[in-house]
Ligand binder design. Structure first.
Ligand SMILES: Cc1ncc(C[n+]2csc(CCOP(=O)(O)OP(=O)(O)O)c2C)c(N)n1
Ligand SMILES: [Mg+2]
Length: 770
């Protein structure tokens, strides 16, 4: 083989140019060349891509190892596609269809893109933070002997500087520091521009302090080698440069060499005369564009120097739109080169007309061998990793005994029994909670299985023999990861643990608990977890105004509606402990099934009398979303439709009304979410010629066509009221629509119309002749 004529650095610079070209061209093609079916702007972010191509070239063609995983800044998605195009793992067809149906996705997507995407990104901040949790999960797996040490990797986040305003990053930073997180690189594309404007100067150097105080190494790449040498030789110029505000510097990048000359001459006068004499305008523009994040030597050196496992923040100074006509312009975030600009830039980049998609177009013969060698040597995964499923044996789970039980207490007891029994499921469960472990009944599980910490941590209270129901010693065999109160972190942890099968080849069964109202606090992170098809069980308790004395701030109202609209998450709200057992068994199976999903169990602290079962047919209905707790007579004119903790009221009302309304039914709903999904899926199937009625249609069909339904739930009434639309039956919806408050259950249920009287009145009204 011929020895490459170019050095690796030169080849990396060529790859940088190639990535800048291909990403910009992909976006240009989608906007200006592909025919538009709807006249809508397709969009894309040429400036955000150009800002990062040097960093990404240095990473993907030099620094990354085979086990490293990267969360790519969402707006640099086209650069990732261009990298895989050079590797031969992305097709031209997918790039030509960028942002089109079935084409390369606008923002990297684990599930939708055909190239391997380690983390989906899009909602800024979340992709950064999840890398910390994935690193913790890697530590967890290796500590538990579930992953080979040799397969450990580093977790890299490519971060936009404005992304650093997202609070969830700091929540993750703090949690990571508590857990002594390692093997993390967060690389900031410090172009000092956001979407709207240039970033606030006052944050300069603050980020360094914040990260350093959390134990991170901070590496600032402000200057490229050439610029550094020029400034070192000219202290006045250095001070001048460092005094420029973000906006001033951006303006100069945009205006170019002539403006730089004028400004330097005006500000520095004679002291800069010699310097200006030796630099013409293009040389000036080139020199001042040599920021650290565009200097291949500096990037490679910095990455090579950070080979230990200390978490590291790289602040790489860059220019948004580097090399493009709108470089540095504050409005360039969604800016697109017009066809004239593109054509001029094509020529400047040495790309022949009609040869725009040639991967190594413009790479001269001398350089080609070296460039190809680097592409071949790139150690990143080229294929999507196999998703691991079917790894956990799920035994029959026990039904806790007791005439009266709450679903929350039953949850704790079921987990305890799993812990005591041991086995495959018990070993794969990892629990986590944001400081509500004890109050959501995870305590008994933790006593059995311990807290996870890489370094052992003694329970000082236990050592001093101070009585406590909780044993909180921690070590690297523990199976509970305790989090501080940050619900974003809970969902990011569930996302990371729920992707263990995809990322590390070992499926975990993550169980996270929190109070139901605080789902809202972490909602975007929950959506993010589901978007990536992470698999977990979310247990949300207590819920509703049934929480009584805790009052309105803790009484959740709308989570069932959230669940109704959340893809990838199945909501169950059991009334009885045996239903809960069945649901937990299924939830674990769904975690470990390629066609499964995550489960959200909305539980309650209310002790309710358990029902006697004569046979087992309820179970199938309970898992499908509902069953008749009291069967209606054929063509019955009314039914009560109830969910969850208010079941005693529904049963009492049914007892009271059954004589007056013979054939009155009581439908117990366990999942409005599943019933609704089944209904719409059956409709869609009918359009395709299949005529299978959905579960909810089957449930409601024995009732009379004009039957009245009283729906009741300790939640927003819209959770159930839609049921009337299934067969066109009339509905009187009961539920909670105002904020809750403190009170006893009889007081609250009366005030919010969740009691037997409300049901009786509603049934009576429905049955009155119109
Ligand atoms: C949570 C969230 N809020 C808002 C947006 C819209 N948005 C996309 S990019 C962006 C600015 C990004 O600036 P920066 O992180 O500095 O990236 P770059 O300058 O490299 O494009 C905003 C506000 C988003 N994607 N996610
Ligand atoms: Mg920016």
């Amino acid at each position: 083989m011929l020895k490459p004529v170019t050095t690796d650095i030169e080849s990396l610079k060529i790859l940088d140019d190639r990535l800048r070209w291909l990403s910009a061209w992909t976006i240009h093609h989608a906007n200006h060349i592909r025919t538009s079916a709807d006249g809508l702007k397709v969009g894309g972010h040429q400036a955000s891509c150009a800002s990062m191509t040097s960093i990404m070239a240095a990473l993907y063609f030099h620094a990354l190892g085979p086990n490293d995983r990267v969360a790519v800044k969402p707006h640099a998605g086209p650069v990732l596609h261009a990298i895989h195009y050079l590797l031969g793992t992305q097709s031209r067809e997918a790039l030509e269809n960028f942002r089109g149906f079935g084409g390369a996705q606008s923002y990297p997507s684990r599930t939708k893109d055909r190239i391997p995407v380690d983390f989906s990104t899009g909602s800024v901040g979340l992709g950064v933070a999840i890398t910390a949790f994935s690193s913790l999960i890697q530590d967890y797996l290796t500590a538990h002997g579930m992953m080979d040490e040799a397969h450990r990797g580093r977790f890299v986040a490519l971060v936009g500087d404005a992304e650093l305003d997202e609070g969830n990053i700091y929540e993750a930073l703090i949690e990571g520091a508590k857990h002594d997180v390692r093997n993390l690189w967060w690389i900031v594309d410090y172009n000092r521009q956001s979407l709207d404007a240039t970033s606030a100067d006052r944050m300069f150097e603050r980020f360094d302090e914040i990260f350093r105080s959390c134990g991170w190494r901070v590496v600032e790449l402000r200057y490229g080698k050439r610029l550094k040498a020029a400034l070192d030789a000219n202290p006045a110029l250095l001070s001048w440069f460092e005094a420029l505000s973000n906006a001033e510097l951006s303006v100069l990048h945009y205006q170019g060499g002539e403006a730089l000359r004028k400004r330097i001459a005006a500000d520095l006068g004679k002291s800069a005369a010699a310097f200006l004499k030796t630099h013409d305008d293009p040389a000036l523009a080139g020199l001042f564009s040599d920021l650290g994040g565009h200097c291949m030597e500096s990037l490679v050196e910095a990455f090579d120097a950070a080979q230990d496992d200390v978490p590291t923040l790289f602040i790489a100074w860059t220019i948004k739109g580097y090399g493009l006509p709108f470089a540095g312009h504050k409005d360039n975030h969604a800016g697109l080169m017009n066809p004239t600009q593109m054509s001029a830039w094509r020529e400047a980049m040495g790309v022949g007309e009609g040869r725009e998609w040639e991967p190594l177009e413009s790479v001269g013969d001398n350089a080609r061998t070296g460039v190809e060698a680097l592409i071949d040597k790139s150690r990143i995964a080229r294929e999507k990793r196999q998703r691991a499923f079917g790894q956990i044996d799920i035994p029959a789970l026990p039904v806790p005994s007791g005439e009266e039980q709450s679903t929350q207490a039953a949850f704790g007891r079921i987990l305890l029994e799993i812990a005591k029994a041991g086995g495959s499921l018990a070993d794969r469960i990892v629990t986590t909670s944001p400081d509500v472990t004890v109050s959501t009944n995870l305590g008994a599980w933790v006593n059995q299985r311990g807290l996870f910490r890489r370094e052992a941590l003694e329970d000082i209270f236990a050592k001093q023999k101070i009585a406590s129901a909780q044993k909180w010693s921690a070590g690297n065999t523990g199976q509970h990861i305790e989090l501080g109160i940050a619900e974003n972190n809970l969902f990011l942890m569930l996302a990371a643990a729920g992707l263990a099968g995809d990322m590390f080849g070992t499926r975990l069964a993550p169980v996270g608990t929190l109070y139901d109202p605080f789902i809202a606090r972490g909602l975007d992170a929950l959506n993010y977890a589901c978007y990536q098809d992470a698999r977990f069980l979310l247990v949300s308790t207590p819920s509703g105004i049934t929480l009584g004395p805790e009052g309105g701030a803790h009484q959740s109202i709308n989570p069932p509606l959230i669940a109704l609209g959340q893809p990838g998450l199945r909501h169950y709200e059991p009334a009885f402990a045996d239903e809960l057992t069945a649901m937990m068994g299924l939830a674990f199976r769904l975690i470990d099934d390629p066609h499964g999903e995550s489960t959200y169990l909305r539980l309650s602290t209310r002790n309710i009398r358990q029902v006697e079962r004569e046979e087992d047919s309820w179970r199938e209905g309970a898992l499908k979303g509902g069953y008749w707790l009291r069967a209606p007579a054929p063509r019955s004119e009314a039914a009560i439709v109830a969910m969850g903790a208010v079941m005693p009221e529904a049963l009492a009302a049914w007892e009271e009304l059954r004589d007056d309304i013979p054939g009155l039914g009581l439908l117990l709903v366990t999942s409005p979410d599943l019933l609704h999904r089944g209904w719409t899926a059956a409709q869609a199937a009918r359009w395709n010629g299949r005529r299978e009625p959905s579960h909810v249609e089957q449930l409601l069909s024995p009732l009379g066509r004009n039957a009245g339904l009283v729906t009741i739930a300790d939640a927003a009434p819209a959770s159930l009221s839609w049921i009337g639309g299934v067969l066109g039956q009339r509905v009187a919806p009961l539920g909670v629509e105002r904020f809750g408050q403190t009170g006893s259950l009889p007081d609250l249920y009366a005030a919010y119309r969740l009691d037997g009287n409300a049901i009786t009145e509603a049934v009576a009204e429905l049955l009155l002749p119109a």
